[in-house]
Design a binder for this molecule. Sequence first.
Ligand SMILES: N[C@@H]1[C@@H](O)[C@H](O)[C@@H](COP(=O)(O)O)O[C@@H]1O
Length: 250
Amino acid sequence: MYKILDTEDEVSRYAAQRLLATIAARPEAVLGLATGGTMEPVYARLVGRLQGGAVDASRLTTFNLDEYIGLAPTHPQSYRHYMERHLFARLGLPRENVHLPDGLAEDSEAACRAYSEAIRALGGLDLQLLGIGSNGHIGFNEPHTRFSCRTHVTPLSAQTRRDNGRFFSDPGEVPTHAITLGIRDILEAREIVLVATGPSKARIMAELYHSPVDEALPASALKQHPNVTILLDREAAALIPLRGQTLQPA
Ligand SMILES: N[C@@H]1[C@@H](O)[C@H](O)[C@@H](COP(=O)(O)O)O[C@@H]1O
């Protein structure tokens, strides 16, 4: 289902509400979390509601989608650092309950296998939150990644490294590789919420809307899932026909 709201603020509030509803329904929920600029206002909303006592988050478990290879957890652009800053430290979540792929693992293939198995051992993800790259990537599953892949090491495309260079003081510092949950792991989540806001996402959201399920556009894998919400603001939905309402995908 597509849900199109007016502003980024409304989208963030709605996404935070989905997360809260999942936690309220099952306080020991397992959440799949994402990073990126899109998620910052979502986490700000979520933190506000949780600090206000909306629901008890102390029994949550979280697994992040991805992490750069070669960045220490203390590196300001590591996803571990992002999550500490925007969510974990602010909520005081027990650190044994929060998980990110280990970008410094000596045996990264073994670390990938263990990460994916740990999610399944806990019964799978109740809700997976996703952003989208301008080339259609979800997590760091770049175009032409096989949809059958589980958590794996991936090279980053030139486009992705350019897009994410804006967060680094020297864009040449963007790592060349990352670990990402695979599409297969993502599709096993019971519910998926993909969030896209702002004009820079309009082109890829229109492509996604019209695309068949195709490994050239990783986010199109979501069309195979029975419980997905694609949550957009007006700007990200600008090139999709029939905006301003809830739509079924083409
Ligand atoms: N690996 C992350 C993705 O998970 C995220 O969806 C994407 C979009 O980020 P932004 O929200 O900053 O546009 O960026 C990164 O590449």
